[in-house]
Ligand binder design. Structure first.
Ligand SMILES: C=C(O[C@H]1C=CC=C(C(=O)O)[C@@H]1O)C(=O)O
Ligand SMILES: [Mg+2]
Length: 472
C-alpha cells in the first residue's frame, strides 16, 4: 500500500535521527508517504483502542482537506492568560521544528508535522469543571496523521525521541509496524442513536432577562455597540457516546461546515462550524465575516423570501457590519493588500442562513497564522464591540465558562500554512453527558424572544447529531 518500502523508511528515520540528535534534546522525526485512499472516519475509528482521548478530526467545508490525527506525541500549552499565549504556542512550535528532521517529497499544505488544537474563548475566565481536561491553550502533534487532499491520500508518521531512549531502532520499528493497524478497512462505525435521558437548561428566563439588560446597556453606553451572549444546554445520555458516531452524523448532515473533533482524555470537543476565522496558505490570507441570521424556509419560495428579508434587515446588517469593520481593520494592519466586497451575500446551511462577507489579504510570508488568530479573536461575531467591554459584559451576564466554544480551533503545518475555524455549533462530549453551546449577537434593537429562538436554531445541528431535539 505504501510507496516507501519499510527498509528504506527505517533507514531514512535512522539517518534523520543521526543528523539531528543532540544531548538530551527531543528530536522530532517525521516522514510522509502517499498511500491508497482510506475512509477518514475508519482511520479515526481504527485509532480508538490505542488512542482514544488523543484523536482529532478536521474536514474543510468543500472537502478541500480532511485531516485525522491519532496519538499525542508532543503537547504544546501556554499558561498565559492574555495575548502572549499565541506567541508562546508559536515559539514552542518553532523550537520543536528546529529539532525536526522531515522526509517529505510533496509540496502540499497540511502534511508532515502539524499541530492541531485551539484556544479557549476567554483565557481570563476561570476554568469550570467540565473543561478541566482542556488547557486554555492546547495543541498536540499526532503520532499518525491521515491527510486527504482531492484524489491524494497521505500518511504522516511522527516520532519524538530523546537521546535517553535506549532502543532507538525498536522505537522507530514499533511506530512503523503499528501503522498498518490504522489502515485496515475496519468494521463500520456503530451509528445507533444514543438514548438521551434528559435535556436541561438552567435559567432560561434569566438568559432572556440578560439580553434585555445588555440591550439597555448598549443604549446607555454610547461606546458599547454589540455583545454576543451564549446559552448552554446539557444532555444526559444513557451510555457513553463515541465521538465517531457524532462525527458520522455531522459528516452526513452538515456538509457545508468545518467538521472537527478534538479529544482530551475522556472528553471530546466536537462541532460543525460554518465560520472560518482565518486561513493562511503561503502568503494568502482568507478570513470570513459571518453574523446576522434567519431561519430556512419550508420551501424554495419561502427560503428566498427569508433570505431577501435578512439581506435588507437593518438590525442584522448592523450585527454583520460590526464584524466586517473589525476583521477588515485587522487585515489592513497585517496585510499589504486587502480585498473586501462592498456588501454581504447569503450563506445557507441546513438549519439557518447567515450574512456572509469574505475578506482576502496578501501578507508577508513570515507572519505566523497565530499572529492573525491573536488579532482576530474574538471577532464581534462571538465577542462584541468594543472587544474589551463586550468581554466584560459576557463575563458578567453569561455566568458560565465557554471553554473552547467560540474559540479558534484548527491546525498549523511545519511550513506555516494553517486554518482556524471559530468553534461554534459545537459541544463537549463527556462520557454520559454532552454540553452544547449557542450564542447570538445582541445589538441596540435586539429582542430577547427572537434571540432566544435564533439560538434555538443554532443548537439543532449538534442536537440532531447526538440524536436529540429541543422542545421550545
Ligand atoms: C455565536 C454564534 O453564531 C454567530 C455566528 C453567526 C451568526 C451569529 C448571529 O447572527 O448572531 C453569531 O454572531 C453561535 O452559533 O453560537
Ligand atoms: Mg444574530
Amino acid at each position: 500500500m505504501s510507496t516507501i518500502k519499510n527498509n528504506d523508511l527505517l533507514e531514512t528515520f535512522v539517518h534523520m535521527y543521526e543528523t539531528k540528535v543532540e544531548q538530551n534534546k527531543t528530536v522530532l522525526l517525521s516522514s510522509v508517504e502517499k498511500i491508497s485512499f482510506i475512509d477518514p472516519l475508519t482511520f479515526y475509528h481504527n485509532g480508538y483502542s490505542l488512542y482514544s482521548g488523543e484523536r482529532f478530526f478536521w474536514k474543510h467545508p468543500q472537502n478541500e482537506v480532511i485531516i485525522v490525527g491519532l496519538g499525542n506525541i508532543y503537547t504544546i500549552r501556554s499558561e498565559h492568560k492574555d495575548h502572549r499565549r499565541y506567541k508562546e504556542v508559536d515559539d514552542k512550535w518553532k523550537k520543536l521544528l528546529d529539532q525536526a528532521a522531515i522526509h517529505n517529497l510533496y509540496s502540499v499544505p497540511s502534511i508532515g508535522p502539524l499541530l492541531f488544537g485551539g484556544f479557549s474563548f476567554d483565557p481570563e475566565q476561570e476554568t469550570q469543571v467540565e473543561w478541566g481536561n482542556f488547557s486554555p491553550s492546547f495543541f498536540y502533534l499526532p503520532e499518525y496523521m491521515l491527510t486527504i487532499r482531492g484524489k491524494d491520500t497521505f500518511l504522516t508518521m511522527n516520532i519524538a525521541m530523546t537521546n535517553e531512549d535506549e532502543e532507538k531502532l525498536d522505537v522507530i520499528r514499533n511506530v512503523m509496524n503499528r501503522r498498518e493497524t490504522f489502515l485496515q478497512p475496519s468494521l463500520p462505525v456503530n451509528t445507533t442513536n444514543p438514548v438521551i435521558t434528559g435535556i436541561k437548561e438552567e435559567k432560561t428566563d434569566q438568559w432572556k432577562q440578560a439580553v434585555n439588560e445588555v440591550v439597555e446597556r448598549i443604549h446607555s453606553n454610547p461606546k458599547l455597540e454589540k455583545v454576543v451572549l451564549a446559552r448552554k444546554i446539557s444532555a444526559e445520555i444513557e451510555e457513553a457516546i463515541l465521538p465517531e458516531n457524532v462525527l458520522q452524523k455531522l459528516l452526513d448532515q452538515q456538509q457545508d461546515s468545518f467538521i472537527f473533533s478534538f479529544e482530551a482524555m475522556d472528553d471530546c470537543f466536537v462541532g460543525a462550524s460554518p465560520e472560518r476565522l482565518v486561513r493562511k496558505w503561503g502568503n494568502e490570507i482568507l478570513s470570513t465575516c459571518l453574523a446576522g441570521s434567519i431561519a430556512r424556509g419550508k420551501d424554495a419560495e419561502e427560503d428566498e423570501k427569508l433570505g431577501q428579508a435578512l439581506l435588507q434587515d437593518q438590525k442584522n446588517r448592523r450585527e454583520h457590519q460590526l464584524v466586517v469593520q473589525m476583521i477588515s481593520e485587522v487585515l489592513h494592519d497585517l496585510c499589504e493588500k486587502v480585498y473586501l466586497p462592498s456588501s454581504p451575500t447569503l450563506m445557507k446551511i441546513r438549519d439557518i442562513q447567515h450574512l456572509y462577507t469574505p475578506v482576502i489579504g496578501k501578507t508577508n510570508q513570515d507572519l505566523s497564522i497565530l499572529r492573525f488568530v491573536e488579532k482576530l479573536h474574538p471577532t464581534p461575531a462571538l465577542g462584541g464591540l468594543p472587544t474589551k467591554d463586550a468581554l466584560e459584559e459576557i463575563r458578567h451576564f453569561e455566568m458560565m465558562d465557554r471553554g473552547f466554544y467560540a474559540g479558534p480551533i484548527g491546525w498549523i503545518d511545519y511550513k506555516g500554512n494553517g486554518e482556524f475555524a471559530v468553534a461554534i455549533r459545537s459541544g463537549l462530549i463527556r462520557k454520559k453527558s454532552v454540553e452544547l453551546y449557542a450564542g447570538c449577537g445582541i445589538v441596540a434593537d435586539s429582542d430577547a424572544e427572537s434571540e432566544f429562538n435564533e439560538t434555538g436554531i443554532k443548537f439543532r445541528p449538534m442536537l440532531r447529531a447526538i440524536g436529540g431535539t429541543l422542545h421550545e
